[in-house]
Design a protein around this ligand. Structure first.
Ligand code: NDP
Length: 330
């Protein structure tokens, strides 16, 4: 183990959260039961907000940023985990209320840990990360509601982003005909490669529409919120469902109850942060079963942690395609 290591720490600077690189020692980490040597973290939208300072994510300072981590257990006071175990942690307040994954080491609580699925390397687990695991939770939510592959298509909004890319791949693999909504025409070939059959320009969904529009979708995965989500709900067919997890376009929802009370459409909220272990394991099992490694590779780029400030600004600006893995050793 190294004596000192680099981490990205959010600190208070004149009343504002400011991210910077800091040299830490193990004594700086919290006293949780499992010490993990982290190999990779990743860049999710929330990480972008935290590191760029665009939104206050950390509830106490100083805070090590990074909502995900994947690595190897070094020491454990828990009977459930032992040195050498390959593990993944997603959410549980990392970077908000708990010290996070942009660090060479972290101490975590045993109950937060998911065992690395055999299908994946540590790098692939972070290529999936919170965004990909949330996409899997969204697909599970649609399946549980009863949205089945069939005549009508399913829509994925923010399709070229992290949640969107994995959702497209998982839905296509499960047999759904997938329409991708993206603001970037340049990503059509990429999305077709993941399994999208059709496209809706983001702009078409951005203008405020009526409370009940032509029924188009059997279901949808929405990572953007706001007017786009309101329109998607208004276009969802009788008895369908929208799994909503994100707010890249805004946290508002300027719609009406009409799709819900006249068409029985469900708006299913999906949270990854505090999701119980059983849901997580089911979502990871779907990913292990259905996410083609070649498609995962097409989604992924690997970057050093030293580039995080730049990457954070890019994801907040909607410029990241797919998923970025962060190598915390560089
Ligand atoms: P990304 O930035 O990778 O993807 C978001 C995508 O949304 C972009 O790629 C872009 O897609 C689209 N987008 C960006 N800005 C706008 C805009 N102003 N209007 C409309 N569309 C826009 O982020 P992630 O995939 O990591 O996260 C997506 C959302 O899901 C975030 O809001 C995040 O906070 C949320 N999230 C929630 C979780 C939960 O537990 N509920 C867990 C994980 C993520 P395109 O270019 O294709 O149009």
């Amino acid at each position: 183990m190294t004596d000192t290591f680099t981490a990205i720490v959010i600190e208070d600077q004149d009343g504002k959260p400011k991210a910077g690189f800091r040299q830490l020692t193990l004594a700086d980490l919290p006293d949780n039961d499992v010490l993990v040597e982290i190999a990779y973290s990743t860049v999710n939208y929330k990480d972008g907000l935290a590191v760029s300072g665009a939104t206050k994510i950390a509830r106490s300072l100083p805070m090590i940023a990074g909502i995900d981590l994947a690595g190897t257990v070094v020491e454990s006071r828990s009977a459930e985990w032992k040195a050498g175990d390959k593990v993944v942690v997603n959410g549980w307040g990392l970077s908000e209320t708990q010290q996070g994954g942009y660090s060479r080491y972290q101490r975590v609580k045993p109950e937060w840990i998911v065992r690395l699925p055999e299908a994946f390397s540590l790098e692939q687990a972070m290529a999936i990360g919170t965004a990909g695991y949330t996409a899997s939770l969204c697909v599970d939510a649609l399946v549980d509601w009863g949205v089945q592959p069939g005549a009508r298509e399913v829509l994925v909004t923010g399709a070229a982003g992290g949640v969107g890319s994995v959702a497209v791949a998982l839905l296509a693999k499960a047999g759904y005909t997938v329409t991708a909504s993206t603001g970037r025409d340049s990503t059509h070939d990429y999305l077709r490669g993941l399994g999208a059959s059709n496209f809706v320009p983001r702009a078409e969904l951005e203008a405020k529409g009526g409370p009940l529009q032509k029924e188009r979708w059997a279901g949808a995965v929405d990572s953007v919120g706001s007017t786009i989500l309101a329109n998607v709900l208004a276009q969802t067919a009788y008895g369908g469902a929208v799994a909503a997890c994100g707010l890249a376009a805004g946290a508002d929802l300027p719609g009406s109850v009409m799709p819900h009370i006249l068409r029985g459409v469900a708006l299913i909220g999906v949270d990854s942060v505090m999701a119980p272990r059983a849901k997580r394991e089911r979502a990871w099992a779907r990913l292990a079963r259905d996410l083609d490694p070649a498609k995962l590779a097409a989604i992924t780029t690997v970057e050093p942690m030293s580039k995080l400030p730049e990457l954070a600004a890019q994801i907040v600006a909607g410029q990241i395609r797919g998923r970025v893995v962060v190598d915390v050793t560089r």
